[in-house]
Design a protein around this ligand. Structure first.
Ligand code: ASP
Length: 371
């Protein structure tokens, strides 16, 4: 009977439900089990079959940044543009996963769509540093074996998420920065662009606005309680992108890509390329964050969510909410997405809005922006 059960479990895994029952029937006759016994066994088999069926969920969840996103400040046309792009990213990613590709490929597909759009603060739409340049960060992690790759301070690589993936898959390192990371990306045949590619009017205007506020903030008594100059509170529309995917094999991958924060200085690196801060994935859960990076680094945000899930048995929602609360108490803000091995999703944020969306195995896409 034990062998029979093991064989059945293997069949359940492949979803051959009908075969399972035929199999069971033949064996139950063979064992000349009593009618009552058969019923009990049948019930048992149906329940484990449903359990395994439930296990095989595949889901993709994305974010396009959290921040001061208010409906009253958004034109219907712009909102539609965001919705369409998020939808496109989810559709591309879903395609991969449906074909049976790994969650890593699904994460890459979704993030590349958003990196190529000027709407998000990643790739093409990256924000400016204080000296008017664009420095891009990204990271990726694969839950099955906890392999990871990250890049920071890129200025010429069109898709930083691809560079992070290359570091993970083609080098013996986890993190590479600046010129070295760019040289490595070139050697890997990734697309290199002129830094001007990342110039966009709206990000340039945002830099000028923050600089003006910074000037004002440099007046005496302009510091706030958290020892950050008040210009940090001006026009801080985040637009970092991230994705967590669960594939048919039950493996989770997470990735994050960003231009950082407007007016960031002197080689500043945020949480996005830091494994355990902005991105994390293990065999249970995957997380991608967006927000005021310094606080995500200080709280090891993404890894803390995974630890709460694993060691305290917190569900995805509770775990992310608790970490966001910790960030908030320290004076930070933003959001994060999390997805566990059973397909449970959390999209948590403490800002006015977060561009976000998900697609489930039936192909149904949901997109949300505001609270
Ligand atoms: N977390 C990013 C950073 O601090 C910014 C963001 O998510 O918008 O670099």
């Amino acid at each position: 009977l034990v062998i029979l059960m093991i064989l059945l479990e293997v069949l359940f895994y492949f979803d051959y439900m009908i075969l399972n029952f035929v199999f069971f029937y033949i064996f139950s006759i063979y064992f000349k089990l009593m009618i009552k016994m058969k019923k009990i066994l049948l019930l048992f088999l149906v329940s484990i079959s449903m359990f395994f069926y439930g296990q095989k969920k595949y889901v993709v969840v994305i974010h396009g940044g959290a921040g001061t996103i208010l409906k009253k400040e958004m034109s219907p046309e712009l909102e539609q543009k965001y919705r369409d792009k998020l939808k496109e990213a989810l559709a591309k990613s879903y395609e991969k996963i449906k074909e049976g590709k790994s969650s890593l490929e699904a994460v890459e597909a979704a993030i590349v769509v958003m990196e190529d759009s000027p709407l998000f603060n990643a790739g093409k739409g990256a924000v400016f540093t204080s000296d008017g340049r664009n420095e891009l960060d990204a990271s990726v992690m694969y839950g099955k074996d906890k392999s990871a790759g990250a890049v920071a301070g890129l200025t010429v690589v069109k898709n930083p998420i691809k560079a992070a993936l290359a570091v993970m898959q083609k080098s013996e390192h986890v993190m590479m920065i600046g010129k070295g990371a760019e040289q490595f990306s070139k050697n890997q045949g990734l697309e290199i662009v002129n830094p001007k590619y990342f110039w966009t009017q709206h990000r340039w205007d945002a830099l000028q606005k923050v600089k003006k506020a910074e000037l004002k903030a440099n007046q005496p008594n302009a510091m706030n309680n958290h020892h950050y100059p008040s210009y940090y509170w001006v026009d801080r529309k985040f637009g970092t992108v991230g994705c967590v995917a669960l594939d048919k094999e039950g493996n989770i991958a997470a990735g994050t890509s960003t231009g950082g924060m407007t007016n960031k200085k002197y080689g500043r690196v945020g949480d996005a390329p830091i494994i355990g801060a902005g991105t994390y994935a293990d065999e249970n859960i995957g997380i991608s964050g967006t927000g005021w990076g310094e606080f995500y680094i200080r709280t090891s945000a993404a890894r803390t969510v995974a630890a709460k899930y694993e060691y305290q048995n917190k569900d995805v929602k509770t775990a992310t909410e608790e970490v966001m609360l910790e960030i908030e108490k320290l004076g930070g803000d933003g959001g994060m997405i999390a997805l566990d091995k059973n397909g449970n999703v959390a999209m948590t944020f403490n800002t006015e809005g977060m561009y976000r969306g998900m697609v489930t195995e039936d192909g149904e896409i949901t997109i949300e922006i505001y609270k």
